[in-house]
Design a binder for this molecule. Sequence first.
Ligand SMILES: [Zn+2]
Length: 1055
Amino acid sequence: MAEMAMYHSLGQDTDDPSANPPPPAGPQQQYLPPAAPPPTGYQQPGPAPYQQQQPATYGQVSLPPDPSSYRASTPYGQAAPPPSLSPYQQQGPYGPPTQQPGLYGPPGGDVRGLAQSISGMDLAGGVGTTPGTISKASRKKARAYHNLDQSSEPSNGPNLPAFTPNVANQMPSSFLGQQQAMSPGQGNSQFPAPANPTFVPAAPAAPAAFAARSGSSNVGQAGGKVNPSDIPSIPGHRDHYIAQYRATMYPTLARHQPPHATSDYIAHDQGNASPRLCRLTLNSIPATADLLASTSLPLALLIQPLAKLKDEEEPIPVLDFGEMGPPRCRRCRTYINPFMTFLQGGGRFRCNMCLFPNNEVPSEYYAPVDMSGARVDRNQRPELMRGTVEFVVPKEYWAKKDGEGAGGEEGKGGSPMRWIFLVDVSENAINRGVLESVVGGIREALYGGSAYENAPEGHESEDGKEGKRRRLPKGCKIGICTFDKDVQFYNLNPNLDQAQMMVMPDIEDPFVPLSEGLFVDPYESRAIIESLLESLPTLFMHIKNAEPALLPALSTALSALQDTGGKIICSLSTLPTWGPHRLFMRDDPKLYHSEKEKVLFQTEHQAWRKVSGRLVEAGVGVDFFMTPSAYIDVATVGHIASTTGGEIFFYPNFVAERDAHKLRSELSHSFHRETGYQSLMKVRCSNGLQVSTYHGNFLQRSHAGDVEFGAIDADKCVSVMFSYDGKLDSKIDAHFQSALLYTTRQGERRVRCSNIVAGVTENTRDAIKMADQDAVLGVLAREAASRMIEKPLKEIRGALTEKCVEILAAYRKTSGGSPPGQLVLPETLKEFAMYVLALLKTRAFRGGSVASDMRVHSMRLLKSMGPAELQLYLYPRILPVHSMTEEDGFLDSTGHLKIPVALRASFGFIEEGGAYLIDNGQLLLLWLHTHVSPNLLQDLFGPEVNSLSDLDPNMYELPVLETHLNAQVRNVIQYLKTQRGSKAVSIQLARQGFDGAEYEFASSLVEDRNNEERSYVDWLVHVHKFVQLEVTGQRKRDEGDVGMAGMTGMRPPYW
Ligand SMILES: [Zn+2]
């Protein structure tokens, strides 16, 4: 309990806890703190933090300090300007919205007028459920299996009457309440007042005022205004959940509401798959299609099948049933799982999906059952205890049935994996330093620090490196090819003196010109590979062909991998304009905003489609490293990556000095991340439901058929939508199982099964209250991105807006008791509207002119990224550097790194003289205000840096200095690295008035009016208006209005 106390104090140290969502009231004692080991690698505080010697020397002297601001006491705190000096009065491109309304509007530019027009608007949360709250009744059911016959007892699901009272007691659940709690610490004193004349710095509310503001009373009385600080705060919630899950574990069955994707949770698999691998949009499944329709939410599963688990989490068990293979339902082929029930003394089992009772238990698998119906050996059987397991599979699952040509010698069904590095050596790649960077990346992947891991105790080092062993599994091989207008292969046989180049003579009819020595063990051939990599940049220096022939190069690489499958890592720096099926510049700004714009987002090039299909068939995935300086037709080239399950790493305006580091790290990550190839995925679900659509980057040959990946890796995520073909019984749970058949890097054929179960409800409100915001967003983003090739962008934007309105209106309709003027948001979808707005502001969907390459790249990202990466992509994490407390950036008493309080993404919260880290999961910007203190610059970058102009614009990491601040920021960046998906963390400078990256900074302030969309406040007002019309039945869909025009065509059941 000591740890519990610590946890509580943790939760309290930032704010008044009374208005924060309370921690889940689940059976915490049972799952007491996981005691995650403190992270390693962070520098510890030095003995004498310099701040104590130089108190308050960093403040700007030109402005009088505001006594009400605690900043005055922080070391770098730019004294906040007095209230009369609004932050919008400063210079630079972020001026007041009245001057530049297009780009940098503040939150709620014209809040006052709009607020009056919706007088009485209440952003209160109404009564919602606490994430993870479970009642006594459901706790009883918190076990790893369900007895389907016990229909008298309510099922594990959340549809329990006990929920509501429980929740009502615990949850003030109101954004206003939230704000009250935030304001003393972070809401107001930390931030200068936004330029909103009606802004009233909130004093802590008296209990009566608090009560009046939260829950059912009409909040409009508080002044009839919408205070930007009152609306749901994404950073506030993220910080809250990060703190919460650092101290508690997430038990996957005992609770029903998965943690936020960006919180550092540790999941304990109790029979339900970890939310890292699977998330349901609704954790309480509507019993009928009509009921689902009444929620307006999609019923879908978000699956990231090979997601990286945390070190503290138990690894996924690998089970081998020998020749017999894993037991499966005879009727629907569901794999054995914790929810199958054993009958007739253990001789038969009933399937949890199709309820077929007559499955025979194979004699090898027989065990008697005890009084409760559970097998006596259950605790020794991971497949009956764990939500996710992996089965080694017998011959009938192998990629090549006879095992021949597929590394059959070890009898595992596949070959140890093979990679081809396909390197662009055309003129553009050489001149811009790309080739050198890519070669550096290959060297880093094969022999850099990340190529080795610490050998376990007593393990012989294989590579002459003390205590290190290679990360690449035994038997894996690599090959290197280069291409410009020809394709060159290299014999890397370790017995040669140097690599031999073979030029493939005929790009019209490509074939592999050597039979041996193409694929080698990179450790055996280390000398020869290193010398080849060394010489490549100079080798092609004098040749310099301007035009690469990409498709022939890919086709040849495919023939080399035809029999084994594997992965191609390909660099490309310019449009491939040479050889058969060469591409042309086809981007045409005249098509932007037209019906035809969507043509730019896809390829109609049959040859490219055909090669994609053949790659998937052979079990080959392709990752691209694109460094274009102009149009490169991401739509066509990237089609290969997206169809084969690969990824595009995109570096527009590549500058070698700045970006090489990022490229090298990402290439190494692409090589080493968990990857499976020759892969097939199928999802099964309970009777009454059926799979309707998959969305993501893969190949699906027939509608609703299985999806195929040439290769799939840890960072890839897909969504599966379900529809109804019957009615669900609310007395029994709904089940889902995803099965991914693949070859591991070691060459073993396996099936990874993830099972997920949820209760069934007959109540709309319960269903919405158990929604999973991360999953809903992941599904919406994928679906909207998939439609970009079918529908004009304007319609997609309209559909997303419409969806947002419908979902909130659906919930509003269930809150009968609330005054009509209130916008009531379900607790679980509190930030949903902001995320939808952010989605509308992504490069994929935003209005205005966006180069088609950028749009398509963003679209494919949205289709493949996991929920944590998506959250950051939509709404960045903004951390102030200049105002960190002394403890920030160092380990706290619980052994976790203390992260500064994140800011809302609005210029209204940016301080004069400030310095900020902005992490959107793809880029890490370091934004520095023009008037940043020289002392801060010196402490951060070194004594020689006195002004912004002294900084190297291509800086990508901080120097290592002895100062406290420098250590803090480096530690924070180290932490951010652990939160990333596939992208490496590399600083990009955005100095106010200096760097082009300032544009990125401005557009990442998604709460402001920018990116051709409203501010967050205006957006809420807008959405609320339509929610009211919808609820009162006054909406005329066919006519619509400006924001909703043309929407009627886009209303299939799940939109
Ligand atoms: Zn079945």
